[in-house]
Each structure stands twice: as structure tokens, then as C-alpha cells.
Design a binder for this molecule. Structure first.
Ligand SMILES: [Zn+2]
Ligand SMILES: [Zn+2]
Length: 365
């Protein structure tokens, strides 16, 4: 059993950002240029990316060609979920990558920072950017949860290098949660990369701050971090089955955001207890009505990305159990999503949510 399978690996060969957002430092410029390159192509194959990216960077930035592996230019973005790669190795921006780039151009760096925070929240091991990893956990949820619990004690860099990056099971943290004794978490040989490239990059962009070698949550995002992580259980920071990831996000959304059962009842009544995909989807009688289930069209776990309330009767549709399952677990949800979108078009358009955006939200890997 190689321990490297169980370490929190860092993607690529450097920081993704190395200065506050908006400053044109070396890595900030490089990262933004890579996003621009992918946006200009819409979709690009991995091989074409690797063929073209260095020349693109030489032309558009102060990058000087060296021997670094071309994959290092997209891996950090893949890690952060600003781009995605399909099974056929096509690379494109995710919804969040798209929005990040948009707000960066608007110079709305606070909003950009929020997008990064949200993407950190979604980042998990395993992922395509870090190879051979056998972990099944959300590294940044763990980081933020411990930072919250430690409060003004902060985290030392030794803790990050020798303990944090080796966490692999919820047991270790459940125990910590009960005792708050950080030193009892098992120690290993120092592992630098996650600390050097990831943690310090978070300091550079002001998501974390340091005071005398200790790490803390930056002041201006503290309340947001508290909102996201305070009520999460340690168990929900780990998962056992990757195929359940969508449901898993739903589960954590349950712990984070309140839902009003009355709204679902209201939506069902509005839809006359009929599946909105087709009124022919008859099920069985429950309390004298055709049985349907309420579903949030823009999923609750997306709440952090939107400024309007998602637990809204307008965002809830009635579905028969089969259509509902398809929404959560179907391989290709495009048809059913298009249908549901057209039903909710006014609400979606009022909130500037496009069909394309909705499709991307349900692309759960
Ligand atoms: Zn649902
Ligand atoms: Zn149905």
C-alpha cells in the first residue's frame, strides 16, 4: 500500500493564482490566459490544447517556453472545476469557469473570489487532475470545517503538512470533533506540495490569512464560510460511493439550507398533482391524489452560486417518481431538463438562468 495514494495531491506544477485577483502577476496572468484560450475554442481536445497552449501563452503573455508538461497548464483549473474534461478528452469551461471569467473581465474580483470559494467547496478526491488517488473526500470542506472549529487558534503549517494532507477517513475527524484535540490526529512524514501550491495560493488571493505562521480564514469571507460549513457533519465530508455524488451534494445541501415543506405542497397543488413532464404519468393515489414529488429545478446545492432564493415555489416542479429519479440519476438529462426549463421559462428568464446553464448544473461530475 503506497502512502502516496492517500495524500492530498496538488495538481500541476505551481500555484493557480499567486497574487490578489486582479493583479497581473505571473500565475494570475497564465491562469486567466488559459481560461481565455479555452473560452475562445468553446471545446478543445486535450491533444490540441497540449499542442497549442504554449504558443498561445507566448503570444499573449510574458510566458517563456520551457520544458514544463503542457498538462500542467490545465490541471489546476480542472482541480478547481473551472474546466471539465469529457471521457473523450474534450476540454471546456464549466458554468462556474464561464462566470468566473465573466466577472473577472468586469473587474468584480469579490464575486470572483466567491466563485473560487464555491468551487473549492465542490472539489473532491478523486478527480481527473490528480492521478492515482484512492481518497473519497472533500479536502476543502475538511480544511474549512477544522479552521472554523479551531477559531482563533488557527492551523500551523506543520499540521497542514504532516496531518491534514493525510486525512482519509471520517473516523479520524469524528474523534477530533468530539475532543477538539488536533494533536491526536495521526502524524506522517512531511508532504509539501499541497501546502506550498494550494494553501499558499489561497493566502495570496485572500481566502486564508496568516498570522505568525498560523493559518486562518480571511476576515471578509468568514461569515460565508461559517454559513457553508458550520452545520455540516464530519461524516458528510467523506463519501464511499462516487456515483452517489449528486445525491451527496443534495445531502449536504439539506444540512446547509432550510427547505420549506409548505412550498412543495403549494407547488403540487398548482400542478394539480400531475407530473409536469407528462400528465399521462399516472402513479397511484396518495391521500386521494395522484402521487407526485416536488423537485427544485435549480438544485438547492447551487444556492451558493445564486443571489436569489432557490427555495421558492416557482423553482419547484411536480414530478412522477420515475421522472424524479431521472432528474437525479439519469445518464442524459438533456431532454427532461429542456422540458422542465420550458415549463419554468418565465422564472428562469427573470433570474437570467439559461437552458445551457441548467444543463451544466446537472452535469454532476
Ligand atoms: Zn429532486
Ligand atoms: Zn413523469
Amino acid at each position: 500500500m503506497k502512502t502516496s495514494f492517500y495524500r492530498w495531491q496538488a495538481p500541476g506544477n505551481g500555484k493557480i493564482f499567486d497574487a490578489p485577483l486582479g493583479e497581473s502577476s505571473y500565475m494570475n496572468t497564465r491562469t486567466l490566459s488559459v481560461l481565455h484560450y479555452i473560452a475562445s475554442k468553446k471545446r478543445v481536445s486535450q491533444s490540441q490544447f497540449e499542442l497549442e497552449i504554449k504558443e498561445y501563452l507566448e503570444k499573449n503573455t510574458e510566458y517563456e517556453n520551457n520544458n514544463s508538461t503542457p498538462a500542467h497548464f490545465y490541471r489546476p483549473l480542472l482541480f478547481l472545476g473551472f474546466i471539465k474534461m469529457s471521457e473523450s478528452k474534450m476540454i471546456e469551461l464549466t458554468l462556474e469557469g464561464d462566470k468566473f471569467l465573466y466577472f473577472y473581465e468586469q473587474k468584480n474580483y469579490l464575486k470572483c473570489k466567491k466563485y473560487i470559494l464555491n468551487q473549492l467547496d465542490n472539489t473532491k478526491y478523486p478527480n481527473l487532475a490528480t492521478k492515482d488517488i484512492k481518497l473519497q473526500l472533500f479536502p476543502f470542506r475538511i480544511l474549512f470545517k477544522i479552521l472554523l472549529d479551531e477559531g482563533n487558534r488557527g492551523l500551523s503549517k506543520e499540521f497542514i503538512k504532516e496531518q491534514l494532507v493525510y486525512l482519509k477517513e471520517s473516523d479520524e475527524l469524528v474523534f477530533y470533533g468530539a475532543t477538539q484535540e488536533l494533536f491526536k490526529i495521526q502524524k506522517h512524514n512531511e508532504y509539501d506540495k499541497f501546502y506550498t501550491w494550494v494553501i499558499n495560493s489561497l493566502v495570496n488571493i485572500g481566502i486564508l490569512k496568516t498570522i505568525q505562521n498560523y493559518y486562518f480564514i480571511a476576515d471578509d469571507i468568514e461569515s460565508e464560510v461559517e454559513r457553508l460549513y458550520k452545520n455540516l457533519s464530519y461524516e458528510s465530508l467523506f463519501f464511499s460511493d462516487e456515483s452517489l455524488l449528486c445525491q451527496l451534494d443534495g445531502k449536504t445541501a439539506h444540512e446547509r439550507y432550510k427547505r420549506d415543506a409548505r412550498l412543495i405542497a403549494e407547488a403540487k397543488e398548482r400542478d394539480a398533482y400531475s407530473c409536469v413532464v407528462s400528465s399521462e404519468h399516472k402513479t397511484f393515489l396518495s391521500k386521494g391524489k395522484n402521487y407526485v414529488e416536488g423537485h427544485h429545478v435549480i438544485p438547492m446545492f447551487q444556492q451558493k452560486n445564486y443571489g436569489f432564493e432557490l427555495d421558492d415555489v416557482e423553482n419547484i416542479v411536480s414530478l412522477c417518481p420515475s421522472c424524479h429519479r431521472e432528474m437525479h440519476s439519469g445518464d442524459d438529462k438533456r431532454d427532461i431538463l429542456s422540458k422542465v426549463y420550458s415549463i419554468n421559462e418565465v422564472y428562469m428568464k427573470n433570474n437570467s438562468v439559461t437552458l445551457d446553464e441548467l444543463h451544466k448544473m446537472y452535469f454532476c461530475t
